[in-house]
Write a protein that binds this ligand. Sequence first.
Ligand code: ZN
Length: 412
Amino acid sequence: MNKRLFLIIFVSVLILGAVIISFAVKRNNHSNVSNEYVYDSVDTSCYYSEKNVLYLDGSDILHLIDTDSGKDIVYCDKPNCMHEGYSYNNKKPSCPAAFFGLSKSGNVLYNGHLFFLGNMTDEDLITQYLYEMDPNGENRKKVATLRGIQDIRYVLYRDNYVIGGYVNRVVLNDAGQIINDNKPEAGIFVIDLENHKVNKGTILTGEEINITGIYYEDGFVYYTVARFKDDVSEAVLADASERDFEDFTYDNLLHDIYKYDIKNNENFLLSEIDHIHNLELHGKDVYFTTKDGYYNYNISSGETVSLDIVGNVAPKDKNRFRGFTKNGNDLYFSYLNDNNEVAYFLLRGTNLKELMRIPNESSFIMDCICGTSVYIGYYDHGDFCLGVMNINDLNNGIFNPRKLRRYNEENQ
Ligand SMILES: [Zn+2]
């Protein structure tokens, strides 16, 4: 197996695990609760809130889905606009829903502005900008510059901050030509929306380094990173690809959990975990599986506990495990059983409840839970779709999703 294939598999594992963070939306003194968007862990330009989904389609045109009605509209109120996206023949799109660039993310409405993170110029590919615009997408201006950043993902707008993860791979010379296409870096950035100052924290390095999740709470950013051990070079990786790559990854991939103090610009490595299949960050809880069992590392207490209750029902073969989703203190998980059905469970405290079993071919993956909206990926008549179900339906074992997007159609 080659490295590219590994990357695809790595991403697939992320999809499989549905590693989207289900942020326990604070219900206390936040006035903008319903405005808090949660990122999609795979599609960097898709964001969910309880009532809306914002995403860029195949032509990078911004859409807004009204979750309750399922109605999908192009994010443009210009009369007679054809919503023509960026192309060779249309380098300056006039449609306010049109975006472009190599890295596209952070297309979220927050505090009365529409934002976008990317680079809509023909400058170098290692600078990104934060664009701020009117809520209707007009009057775009660059309000912050992110230097030395290539691919942005996992963007959050919380309190006064724009927080995101990034991954870099290439090095350019002064003329903007690529002189090295494998210098892996990853990290986070924080933009203060009051003064638009950018903090980049620590630039992390390591073979195939990737950022795997971000969570923000009270001035701190918690994030997870995966990378190969220092003695795993590109050559070792290429050689390992020929053998059983899953075992190699299990033995050699490190998962680091960091905490970043925004005010003091300080980065702390909280824990490093190896010999695990997968790691998911849900709020200040980290979940992972090993060959032996299922575990939870709590960032606040620093303790790791075995999830015996999960392990009592979930299979020993972790390839059949479909990952965790969190909503407040409720922990959901699913796995493929011996009858080729996916079984869904809810663990509330020490109370374990089986919610439903669905044939594998029509099963669903939970993307995230925002308030009462449970966003899922599932197959409908052979097409992969985004859907939403109500949290009460989920908790009562009722699978009757409302379709929001049919991905195959968009690619036609
Ligand atoms: Zn338009």
